[in-house]
Design a protein around this ligand. Sequence first.
Ligand code: MD3
Ligand code: FE
Length: 214
Amino acid sequence: MTADLLAGLLPVREELAPGAVVLRGHALAAAPALLAAVAAVAAAAPFRRMVTPGGFAMSVAMTNCGTAGWVTDRRGYRYEAADPASGRPWPAMPAVFRELAGEAALAAGYPGFAPDACLVNRYEPGARLTPHQDRDERDLGHPIVSVSLGLPAIFQFGGPERRGRLRRIPLAHGDVVVWGGPSRLAFHGVLPLAADSHPATGTARINLTFRRAL
Ligand code: MD3
Ligand code: FE
């Protein structure tokens, strides 16, 4: 039995913490269209490993679409209307992205979510995200919608303080997580990706993170 079918036997809506909802397999039907749109975005704004303010290249390769794109360099973390690599505006948010994000937010109890930023993260084996908070957005009252595609990963989820203990949540192809309300400033990360292959993405995991940035 495939992982996708097994996921289908588990509860579809899991409340991780107040305000944080996992929708297992919610993006499975849309996955082929989402991945085709990722390829189109990456053709216009290629994946790149950005540099942190501390001067290290991130292990995760990133690109963006929408009116605002998340960037980091020696000057800090921020949202930019243009891709620093080309000077051109980020590619427009594909309709299939906007619709999936709005509909998943609604299913999780956040009606009216209209993202203006989609960060596309690409993990190859060994790539990871150390625990952090997402706090570069203007209004933290908006939720964040995260879509996992391809290889599975172990997501770490803690509380509002860095020192707290982290729970491990496996995320698989098609899983959607919505974070809002009391969970919006939770610390979170992704453990190093294990080498494997997935029919939809080959050796990679792709994560779409939808935010209202401006
Ligand atoms: C929990 N990306 O890009 S999205 C990121 O799988 C990021 O690539 C992860 O964290 C990834 O910043 C996970 C899940 C996520 C996003 C925002 C959150 C989880 C969150 C905000 C609060 C709590
Ligand atoms: Fe994050």
